[in-house]
Write a protein that binds this ligand. Structure first.
Ligand code: ADP
Ligand code: MG
Length: 253
């Protein structure tokens, strides 16, 4: 039996005169990778930040691991991991020091070296955040979500702007985190990525959920309507060419 870990019911968010989230309801199951997909401005980040307790909602109900958002936000904070914006990283500190600092904020003893190793950054322990490549920055910020051994992590566009190798490397990391039992909620604009990573996706447009299912089921539903790609595509695409020519290995080490 699939166990719900997040329940969102009739959630709305009004920014002054603009309704960014319009009465959405969905469930995330324990142990799944759940994708929120949608064009810019659809309301993905707003929805995530409300669930993360970082942004007030206008109406509706949210439960995380059985805790009601209105009644026990602090209990929710303890069991989730959220990526910080880059500006949250003190420039003077190296990666180990930053992780130890965050551990202190969570009141948690943390093996910074082991945590860095788990995201393949053991060689960068003494580096400053600003010295990292784009992919390394993302891996570091994912490491910071894991400091409090959360049940759920939230990743808002973690692969935007990364090169194809770094993107694949991050997919492996995310799959690895899920394999250890952590539920993952992710937003992305890359549909190939959503198809590979996500057990289920919600497609959100102008603040409303317009579809929610597994990627395979959504594709089958479309095909069942008679949809066909206008032209048979080739057996490879330019990204395949790029990876074939340049390889899978990361370039940033
Ligand atoms: P997404 O993450 O899907 O791109 P957001 O949740 O960031 O979308 O934004 C949804 C809509 O709400 C957008 O139209 C955005 O301009 C608006 N919005 C986001 N934050 C605020 C804010 N603090 N004040 C007013 N409008 C906002
Ligand atoms: Mg966003």
């Amino acid at each position: 039996m699939k166990q719900a870990i997040i329940r969102v019911e009739h959630l709305t968010k009004q920014y002054e005169h603009f309704e960014a989230v319009k009465d959405i309801s969905f469930t995330v199951y324990e142990g799944e990778i759940f994708g929120l997909l949608g064009p810019n401005g659809a309301g993905k980040s707003t929805t995530l930040e409300i669930i993360e307790t970082l942004r007030p909602k206008t109406s509706g109900s949210v439960w995380v691991n059985g805790f009601n958002l209105d009644e026990q936000p602090n209990e929710i904070k303890k069991i989730i991991g959220v990526q910080l914006q880059a500006s949250g990283y003190f420039p003077g500190l190296n990666l180990v020091e930053l992780i130890e600092l965050f551990g202190g904020l969570y009141n948690q003893k943390v093996d910074a070296k082991a945590l860095l190793a788990s995201v393949n950054l053991e060689d960068k322990a003494k580096a400053k955040y600003k010295q990292l490549s784009g992919g390394q920055k993302q891996r570091f910020s994912i490491a910071t979500t894991l400091i409090n051994s959360p049940k759920i992590i939230f990743l808002d566009e973690p692969t935007t702007g990364l090169d194809p190798q770094a993107r694949r490397n991050l997919w492996d990391l995310i799959l690895d985190i899920r394999k250890k039992g952590t539920t993952v909620i992710i937003t992305t604009h890359y549909m190939d990525e959503a198809e590979i990573l996500c057990d289920r996706v919600a497609i959100i447009d102008s603040g409303k959920i317009i579809a929610i299912d597994s990627p395979t089921q959504l594709i089958d539903n479309l095909v069942a309507t008679g949809f066909e790609r206008p032209k048979q595509v080739k057996n490879a695409n330019l990204e395949d060419v790029f990876i074939h020519l340049t390889g899978y290995s990361l370039r940033e080490m």
